[in-house]
Design a protein around this ligand. Structure first.
Ligand SMILES: Cc1ncc(COP(=O)(O)O)c(C=O)c1O
Length: 489
C-alpha cells in the first residue's frame, strides 16, 4: 500500500511545482499581463470593445488527463478571452457601471490565494477576520453607522443586496402565512438585482410597488407617501423601502434623508443600494449628496466599482448587527471548535457563505500602500470629468441631454429632424461599438432608446473623455449623413 501511495504522490507532484517551475510559470503569466498593461492606454491596440465571437477554440481544447503547454494555454486565453468583447480594464470603458482592476489589489488576491488563509471564522484565523471587520468598521464610520452595526464582504452587489433583504425579512418576522400582506416600495429605477433578491428570498408574493420618479429620476416622495397611506388603509403592512444612492441607468440619488424620515414614521426598513455610488462618500461632494444614509437600516456598496478593485467584492452593512446575525448564524457539531471567544463577529455568522476567499487582503493592501488620498482624488476626478463632459455634450447640435449628473452618469440621445430617433441613436451606438476604442452602453428610459456615459473606470481620464467626444461627433455625422436621416441639419 505504501508503494502505491508513493506512486500517486509522484504523479500528483505537478500541482506542487518547485521554485524553478514556479518562476517559469510566474514569469510567463507576469510577462503576458505586463504586455497587457503596457498597452492598456493605447485604445487602438487594446480597444474598449471588440466584437469577435471567439471562445470557440477553448471549447475545442478538451479537459483531459494530459496537460498542454503553458504558452499554448496563455495563447488560448489571449485570443479567446482577452482579445474580445468588453474590456472593463480600459480607460475607454464608459458602459454599464465600470469598475476597476487596480494592480495592487490583484497582488492582494495573489497573496491571499497562495497562503489561502481561511477568513470565514475567527477561530481559524483571527487576523484575517479582524482585517475584514476592520475594513467594515471603517465603512460604517464614513456612512455614519454605529459601531454596533455588522457587515460582510460578499462577492458583489447582488449578493450583498440579497443578504440585506434576507436580514430585513427576518427582522420584520415575515412568514409564509402573512406574506401577501407585506408591501415593498422600490423606485422604478432600482437595480434588477433587488427584484432578484426579493424572489430568491421567497418574497415573490409580497406586494411590490414601483414608485414613480421625479424629473431627475429620483423616487418621488409624494408618490411614496400616497402609496404607503393607501396600503395602510387597505390593511396591508408596509415593511421595506429600497432607495438608491446612484442608480445604474442615470446615476440618480434618491432623497435619502426624506426617505429615512418616512421609513421611521411608518416603521419601514430602509435599505440603500449604494453599490455604485457608495464610495463617493469619501469625497466632500458625496458626503453632502448622500445625507440621510446614516439613518438607513442597511447599505450596500461595491468596492469593485467605486474603490476600483477587480471584480469580486461587494459590501453589506446592517445597522442592527443582531438582525444580520439572526438570519445567518448557525451552529453545527462539526464546527464546535470554532466558538468565538473574542468580541469579534465571524463572516460565516453574517453571510450565507462558509468557505470563502479571503477578500479582505485585496481591499486592505491597496488602502494601506496607497492611502486614501489617490482614491479620493480619482473619485473627485471622475465627478469633474462628468461635469466637463456634460458641458461639452451640450455644445453638440441635435443632442438632448438627461438631467445634470448627480454622480458620474450622463444620459443623452440625438434627435434628428427626420426619421426614427430611436433607430438613429441605435445606429450611432452600433457605430461606436464597431469602432471599439471607447464603449458606451445604452438603455431604454420611458420607452425611449437612450445612450449613456458612465464614468468610473479608474483609467478614464481627460484624454479618453476627449477621444470619446470626438468619436461620438464622428459617428453622429456618419449616421446623419445617411440618406434616411438627411433632414434639415
Ligand atoms: C446600483 C447597483 N446595484 C447593484 C448592482 C449589482 O452589483 P453586482 O453587479 O456587483 O452584483 C449594480 C451593478 O451594476 C448596481 O449598479
Amino acid at each position: 500500500m505504501r508503494d502505491k501511495i508513493k506512486a500517486y504522490e509522484e504523479q500528483a507532484k505537478a500541482i506542487e511545482p518547485d521554485a524553478r517551475q514556479r518562476r517559469t510559470l510566474r514569469d510567463a503569466i507576469v510577462n503576458y499581463t505586463e504586455q497587457f498593461l503596457e498597452n492598456i492606454h493605447d485604445l487602438e491596440k487594446i480597444p474598449a470593445f471588440r466584437v469577435n465571437d471567439t471562445g470557440i477554440d477553448l471549447t475545442k481544447q478538451p479537459i483531459a488527463d494530459e496537460p498542454i503547454d503553458l504558452e499554448k494555454a496563455i495563447g488560448l486565453v489571449a485570443k479567446n478571452v482577452d482579445n474580445e468583447g468588453l474590456n472593463p480594464a480600459s480607460g475607454g470603458h464608459f458602459g454599464y457601471i465600470p469598475g476597476g482592476g487596480i494592480y495592487s489589489s490583484s497582488l492582494g488576491d495573489y497573496w491571499a490565494d497562495i497562503t489561502n488563509r481561511y477568513a470565514g471564522v475567527f477561530f481559524a484565523n483571527s487576523g484575517a477576520v479582524r482585517m475584514e471587520n476592520h475594513l467594515i468598521n471603517w465603512m460604517k464610520e464614513f456612512i455614519g453607522y454605529p459601531q454596533s452595526a455588522l457587515g460582510n464582504l460578499a462577492s458583489g452587489g447582488s449578493i450583498a443586496n440579497l443578504t440585506a433583504i434576507v436580514a430585513a425579512r427576518d427582522a420584520a418576522g415575515i412568514r409564509a402565512e402573512n406574506i401577501s400582506k407585506q408591501v415593498i416600495y422600490l423606485s422604478k429605477q432600482a437595480h434588477h438585482c433587488i427584484n432578484k433578491a426579493i424572489n430568491i428570498a421567497g418574497l415573490r408574493e409580497c406586494q411590490v410597488r414601483h414608485i414613480s420618479l421625479d424629473d431627475r429620476f429620483r423616487m418621488d416622495m409624494e408618490a411614496l407617501k400616497i402609496a404607503i397611506e393607501a396600503d395602510l388603509a387597505a390593511g396591508l403592512n408596509p415593511w421595506l423601502l429600497v432607495g438608491s444612492a446612484g442608480t445604474t441607468d442615470t446615476g440618480a440619488v434618491d432623497p435619502l434623508d426624506i426617505m429615512a424620515d418616512i421609513a421611521r414614521q411608518h416603521g419601514l426598513w430602509l435599505h440603500v443600494d449604494a453599490a455604485y455610488g457608495g464610495f463617493f462618500m469619501l469625497t466632500e461632494y458625496g458626503k453632502k449628496q448622500f445625507r440621510g444614509i446614516e439613518k438607513s437600516d442597511s447599505v450596500v456598496m461595491d468596492p469593485h466599482k467605486g474603490l476600483f478593485l477587480p471584480y469580486g467584492i461587494g459590501v453589506v452593512i446592517v445597522r442592527d448587527g443582531s438582525a444580520l446575525r439572526n438570519s445567518f448564524a448557525y451552529e453545527a457539531s462539526y464546527m464546535q471548535d470554532t466558538v468565538n471567544l473574542a468580541d469579534e463577529v465571524s463572516p460565516a455568522d453574517v453571510s450565507p457563505e462558509l468557505t470563502k476567499p479571503f477578500r479582505g487582503l485585496r481591499m486592505w493592501l491597496p488602502l494601506m500602500i496607497h492611502g486614501l488620498k489617490p482614491f479620493r482624488a480619482a473619485l473627485d476626478e471622475k465627478l469633474l470629468l462628468t461635469r466637463y463632459l456634460y458641458q461639452q455634450l451640450r455644445q453638440i447640435p441635435r443632442i438632448v441631454l438627461g438631467p445634470e449628473p448627480e454622480l458620474t452618469v450622463i444620459t443623452f440621445r440625438f434627435v434628428p429632424d427626420d426619421g426614427d430617433a430611436c433607430q438613429f441613436n441605435r445606429e450611432v451606438a452600433g457605430k461606436i461599438h464597431e469602432d471599439g476604442r471607447v464603449f458606451l452602453s445604452t438603455t431604454t428610459i420611458d420607452g425611449i432608446y437612450t445612450l449613456r456615459f458612465a464614468i468610473l473606470a479608474f483609467r478614464a481620464h481627460l484624454e479618453s473623455i476627449d477621444l470619446a467626444l470626438s468619436i461620438l461627433k464622428e459617428k453622429y455625422e456618419e449616421v446623419a449623413g445617411q440618406a434616411e436621416f438627411q433632414g434639415r441639419h
